[in-house]
Design a protein around this ligand. Structure first.
Ligand code: UDP
Ligand code: MG
Length: 321
């Protein structure tokens, strides 16, 4: 990540700027009110104009009515209602599509990302950075297994990815209007937004924060859903898995050559039992399994291509309030 040297526009210098906060929200009735309160207090500190864009991702609990209630008191609150649950990444995309701010912050509504930290993100933006990644120093509230898997995954993805991805960075970040406009042009269906944020370039920087436990309620991401999301990152930002098929193919070829040499040797130096049975069985099973793995990997990319060719919208809104 480069250190920013971008020119700071005069509007961004003082408090005369519009800050958009994009908040994906799904069944967070226990967090919504506290989230609004803490955001309002933070905005008071910043003394800027602001809009709080809640993207209601098909909530079925009281989330929407709580937000409507708050909106009647604070016109800076906007609610984008999805026609059903489309997921966290499409919700962020909808927020970015509708945000009008000079800078846009993406924040989870369960208060794992502390709203107060926006002050530091804004300070970095004012120094001239376009993308300010908030990097997790720790992950309070996450299970030990999730911490280990996340740490391993981010490091692995960074090594094999085609763009430079910062480690331990989720979706919590601030982006400038310039970067937000660039992101809006990327309409891919399989969205790994934290990767896309790096891909667009501009002046990027990272600051560390402590991730809090959830204010209330449970995570909406089961282990299976997290694994699916991890795959999105892997397949969207690297063709390494496809290359793995080539590497495995080369390895199997070497093993096959060794087996051939062994067979020729035992043919001329018989040891009693024919080694051919074992060799045949091993070869059939080994090569068969490798072929299936490679087909699976290829199928994954073909599936992604199929999804892209359908050109479906990323989400459907039934209402903007
Ligand atoms: N969320 C969403 N749609 C979903 C799942 C989650 O908008 O289908 C929101 C959720 O309300 C929260 C944020 O995305 O504000 C992160 O979700 P969660 O806290 O469940 O994920 P975790 O932090 O456990 O990874
Ligand atoms: Mg969370």
């Amino acid at each position: 990540m480069s250190e920013g040297t971008g020119t700071v526009q005069s509007a961004e210098n003082g408090t005369d700027f519009l800050l958009s906060v994009v908040l994906p929200i799904y069944n967070e009735e226990a967090c919504a009110l506290e989230c609004v309160r803490r955001l309002q207090a933070t905005m008071q500190k910043l003394q800027c104009r602001y809009e709080l864009l809640f993207v209601n991702d098909g909530s079925t609990d009281q989330t929407l009515s709580i937000l409507r209630d708050e909106k009647s008191r604070d016109p800076s609150i906007k609610i984008l209602n999805f026609s059903r649950n489309f997921g966290h990444q499409p919700a962020i995309s909808a927020g970015l599509d509708h945000a009008k701010g000079d800078a846009v912050v993406i924040l989870d509504s369960d208060l794992q990302d502390p709203p107060e930290f926006i002050v530091q993100l804004v300070a970095k933006w004012k120094e001239g950075h376009d993308v300010v990644h908030a990097q997790r120093r720790n992950r309070a509230g996450d299970s030990a297994l999730k911490k280990i898997l996340a740490a391993g995954y981010y490091r692995f993805l960074t090594r094999i990815s085609e763009v430079e991805l910062p480690i331990d960075v989720g979706d919590f970040r601030l982006i400038s209007r310039k970067a937000a406009d660039a992101i809006k042009l990327l309409r891919e269906r399989h969205r790994y937004i934290r990767g896309m944020m790096c891909w667009v370039g501009f002046h990027q920087t990272t600051i560390q924060y402590d991730r809090d436990p959830r204010f209330s309620g449970k995570s909406k991401f089961s282990l299976a859903r997290q694994a699916k999301f991890a795959m999105e990152g892997l397949f969207s930002f690297s063709t390494f898995p496809m290359r793995v098929a080539t590497y495995i193919g080369l390895f199997v070829m070497c093993v096959a050559l060794l087996i051939l040499m062994g067979t020729v040797y035992t043919f001329f130096n018989p040891v009693g039992i024919s080694p051919l049975w074992g060799v045949i069985l091993f070869t059939v099973l080994f090569v068969g399994s490798i072929q299936l793995i490679c087909l699976g990997l290829l199928g994954e990319y073909i599936g992604y291509t199929y999804e892209e060719t359908k050109q479906r919208p990323l989400y459907f809104l039934f209402e903007i309030e």
